[in-house]
Design a protein around this ligand. Structure first.
Ligand code: AMP
Length: 212
């Protein structure tokens, strides 16, 4: 099964992807993670992306499409695309090389999104990548793997507002795009992560064992 996770920053795409990865063994491709790793390693992509990501802007379509295509084109295992596509041209490019099965649209109200982003802390250990909210966990060490937690630079307040604008203008049109292809399933993602996960099981798996 090939899934896309669509939703505003803070909707819980990364958290749901981790749950799907842990429970069902989906591969998880997060374009944001791939870019952050490239920034850390100072690759050409990282150097190009850093000022964009730091100001809440998107990396150019042609570049991100190539990065994704490279990783998924020959992938046989079930996977999740988290944070891709983010624009109509990206979705159109994707459709030329992959047939997506389901697009999960995670919906939450703006107040919840802002609160989550500003309180989000992420595990520095890439293999773990656990995500916390300081409201429910205010320590600086990851309880899963013991690594340090950090706040993403783009989760600072001034950048959050720009990311919302970019989401509204460039990513929201994808909701209609995938809805018209009858691929969209909406999950209410404003509550606890386990509620969103339960909706996934109910609406997508529908009790079926044969979901691969
Ligand atoms: P995320 O971790 O998904 O919130 O992504 C963080 C940042 O990475 C975004 O604000 C963009 O700057 C960049 N990014 C991630 N995915 C994409 C994409 N599909 N297209 C362009 N830029 C992206």
């Amino acid at each position: 099964m090939k899934l896309i996770l669509l939703g505003a920053p803070g909707a819980g795409k990364g958290t749901l992807a981790k749950q799907l990865q842990e429970e069902f063994g989906f591969l998880h491709f997060s374009t944001g993670e791939i870019i952050r790793e490239n920034i850390k390693n100072k690759t050409n992509l990282g150097l190009l992306a850093k000022p964009l990501i730091d100001s809440g802007k998107l990396v150019p379509d042609e570049i991100i499409v190539e990065v994704v295509k490279d990783r998924i084109l020959n992938e046989k295992q079930s996977y999740i695309l988290d944070g891709f596509p983010r624009t109509l041209p990206q979705a159109q490019a994707l459709s030329k090389f992959i047939d997506i099965d389901v697009v999960l649209y995670l919906h939450a109200d703006n107040q919840t999104l802002v609160e989550r982003l500003s309180k989000r802390r992420v595990c520095k250990n890439k293999a773990c990548g656990a995500i916390y909210n300081t409201k429910t966990y205010d320590k600086i060490i990851c309880k899963k793997c013991g690594s340090e937690l950090y706040q993403r630079d783009d989760d600072k307040e001034e950048v959050i507002l720009e990311r919302f604008k970019v989401y509204q203008n460039q990513t929201q049109p994808l909701i209609d795009y995938y809805n018209s292809q009858e691929k969209l399933i909406k999950l209410e993602a404003g509550g606890h992560a386990n509620d969103t996960f339960a909706q996934f099981k109910q609406k997508v798996l529908k009790g079926s064992e044969n979901w691969h």
